[in-house]
Design a protein around this ligand. Structure first.
Ligand code: SF4
Length: 94
């Protein structure tokens, strides 16, 4: 092994050390986005209540600016109606 190939090997190793974690991060974010997008269908989200259960009473709901404004959800992407519901409903503790 000559000096040149030894330098290239170290350089490649350093590049790999920098690129692999970044690539892993991109893949993880992509997988999370896909999982969250799929969850809307999988969790059977609907924009209307299910009996007395609705998003505004769910511990996973993040309220919007007003009581009637759409908010967000910790498990489903996109706007979430305070009157919506899904199978992941988790009542707020009183
Ligand atoms: S988990 Fe379901 S019920 Fe709870 S806030 Fe999110 S969409 Fe609404």
């Amino acid at each position: 092994m000559n000096g040149f190939s030894k330098r290239v090997t170290r350089k490649d190793a350093l590049a790999s050390l920098l690129v692999l974690p970044a690539l892993a991060g991109v893949l993880a974010v992509g997988a999370t986005t896909i999982a969250r997008a799929d969850s809307r269908t999988q969790l059977k989200y609907q924009s209307t209540p299910k009996g007395k259960q609705k998003c505004s009473g769910c511990s996973l709901f993040v309220a919007g600016k007003t009581a009637t404004a759409n908010g967000t959800c910790k498990v489903i992407t996109g706007p979430i109606s305070p009157n919506g519901w899904c199978t992941a409903f988790m009542p707020k503790s009183s």
